[in-house]
Design a protein around this ligand. Structure first.
Ligand code: AMP
Length: 545
């Protein structure tokens, strides 16, 4: 129809163009892989990303060719994000914590043509190289150093590539917003990882929404330190959302321990952060031992696995930091819900507000959620009915990369594999992964809720609850825990955790002390492994029969 708005494509290159035009001197501070810090800004990031993009053309990279990264959060990784996707190639971020054979599988499956990696991962890449079928360039994300060049003659150096790039290169103009931009593989606990392919359009819409006040609330007045790695669902989209609104970025590099993070928070006056609960547990431990405070940090997104209420409370009361409890998935780019209260909740008393803040929050515009029974019938959204959580929206997966089957259910819903309740306002509570939930005497018990309570106990450093087989009840909860140094956990402590907080029949019959709770590459408890080890341990206990 005549007389409409401009038809501008939603392209990732537009993010860094905007940042370089209107936030040119806004800083990007990085901790270098080999030590020391580096300071740059959005104008420089764009300039170098363009030079690098021109090199991809010289190397014969075609539209949608995959270029991989194995790297920490740092300025070169950010340059690669924009150089690769801005030029029409696909940025495949690889999680270095995957097992070597899983990495080989995904690199071959993605048919990556170049791999960029940090110095930490040089031995790893050297070990994988022989088995990689499609990669013809291995680039170390460092300046050239002769000794390394001599030792690894197949290696190229990032700064050499930048040096050889064109100064007057422009982004290609023939890209479509539905062109693929980046690729992430899920870190599932069983089977081969599956690829999730994002588009320019899905990435931009996700970034725009994630900056809004009821989501992460990012602005040009903020300073963001994403602890969540850029290889974990694009640092939860923050690597796009921050430049989009001109937020200063602080990149922690390889040092993710409590002390390093706290030091950076205070040195750079970081106002907002994002990461998984285990990272925050490490930070809180350090703060408690050192007596340090966080005078600048205002809020942090916590997600990836359930954030225990005790952590939300500690952050607020001891450090004046607001936790934004969020739920998401690789298949959702990743943001699905974030916990921010509504205007009407001002009228609630403190306890009620605190209660409401503990769930995984509500979907922003762009995401629809539903709970369904096993026959795919929709269930009530009343905060009570518990069922399979399905999702659809602008940044939700349609099909896995190279998948031939139909990955959706019930027409056009993506089945998340989580079990949840949703209330009338859209606040969602994750009860469990469907494969982890405990079915005891025909009733369901949420392992997430039992773990949340256990993690608040002063003698417990880490905990997981699994379904253990039981002669009478089919399955019963078994608590596995790591004791805090100098503490001893006994049967009587069990009552302190659960008395009056959950139904009596939910309380785990017993517990086992372990050295460590095993986690996968993105920090999720490997419950299948724990079930293999401890799943039968209640079967020959006569007192339980
Ligand atoms: P990934 O794709 O590796 O990020 O894993 C996604 C899964 O992590 C979800 O399906 C949930 O099971 C789990 N998850 C993510 N965030 C949360 C949260 N806030 N609470 C509970 N589980 C979560």
């Amino acid at each position: 129809m005549q007389g409409l708005m401009m038809d501008r494509q939603l392209l990732i290159s537009a993010i860094i163009d905007h940042a370089a035009s209107y936030h040119s001197d806004t800083e990007v501070v990085s901790v270098n892989t080999k030590g020391g810090q580096h300071r740059t800004n959005y104008a420089e990031i764009r300039k170098r990303a363009l030079k690098l993009a021109s090199v991809f053309n010289k190397r014969g990279m075609a539209k949608s060719d995959r270029i991989a990264t194995i790297a920490w959060n740092n300025f070169r990784h950010l340059e690669l994000y924009y150089a690769i996707s801005g030029n029409g190639q696909v940025c495949h971020t690889i999680n270095p914590r995957l097992f070597a054979d899983q990495m080989t599988y995904i690199i071959n499956h993605a048919e990556d043509r170049m791999i960029f990696f940090d110095a930490t991962f040089l031995p790893l890449v050297d070990g994988l190289r022989e088995n990689l079928k499609t990669v013809d360039a291995f680039v170390l994300m460092e300046p050239r150093d002769d000794e390394t060049a001599e030792k690894y003659p197949w290696l190229e150096f990032y700064e050499d590539l930048i040096e050889s790039g064109d100064d007057d290169y422009h982004w290609p103009e023939d890209l479509d917003e539905n062109d693929a931009s980046s690729l992430c593989y899920t870190s599932g606990t069983t089977g081969n990882p599956k690829g999730v392919l994002y588009s320019n359009r899905s990435t931009l819409i996700h970034a725009m929404m994630s900056a809004t006040p009821d989501v992460v609330n990012l602005s040009a007045r903020d300073c963001l330190l994403p602890v969540v790695p850029m290889f974990h669902v694009n640092a939860w989209g923050t690597a796009y959302a921050a430049p989009m609104v001109g937020t200063k970025m602080v990149m922690p590099g390889p040092n993710l321990d409590g002390k390093s993070i706290a030091t950076l928070f205070n040195q750079e006056k970081v106002t907002v952060s994002a990461g998984v609960p285990t990272i925050w547990a490490g930070l809180i431990d350090f703060l408690e031992q050192s007596g340090e405070k966080l005078p600048f940090l205002k809020r942090t997104v916590v997600g990836g696995s359930a954030c225990p209420p005790s952590m939300i409370e500690k952050f607020r009361t001891d450090y004046d930091v607001e936790v934004l409890h969020a739920w998401g998935m690789t298949e959702l780019s990743p943001l699905g819900t974030v916990n921010n209260l509504k205007n009407k909740h001002d009228a609630l008393d403190n306890d009620e507000q605190e209660n409401l803040r503990c769930n995984q929050g509500r979907p922003p515009f762009g995401i629809e959620l539903g709970v369904f029974d096993d026959e795919d019938n929709p269930l009530a959204e009343d905060g009570q009915a518990q069922g399979n959580l399905y999702c659809r929206g602008y940044w939700v997966l349609n099909n896995y990369f190279h998948s031939e089957g139909d990955d959706l259910r019930n027409g056009n819903w993506f089945p998340t594999g989580d079990v949840a309740t949703i209330d009338e306002d859209g606040f969602m509570t994750i009860r469990d992964r469907s494969k982890d939930i405990i079915k005891s005497g025909g009733e369901w018990i949420s392992t997430v809720e039992l773990e949340n309570l256990a993690l608040g106990h002063p003698a417990i450093a880490d905990a997981a609850v699994i379904a253990a087989k039981h002669p009478k009840w089919d399955e019963r909860p078994l608590l596995l825990l790591v004791e805090k140094p100098g503490s001893e956990f006994t049967e009587s402590n069990m009552n302190e955790i659960y008395d009056g907080k959950v139904a009596k029949w939910w309380v785990p019959d017993t517990f086992r002390v372990v050295d460590e709770i095993p986690r996968n590459a993105t920090g999720k408890v490997r419950k299948n492994l724990l079930r293999e080890t401890f799943g039968d341990s209640l079967m020959d206990d006569p007192k339980l029969a």
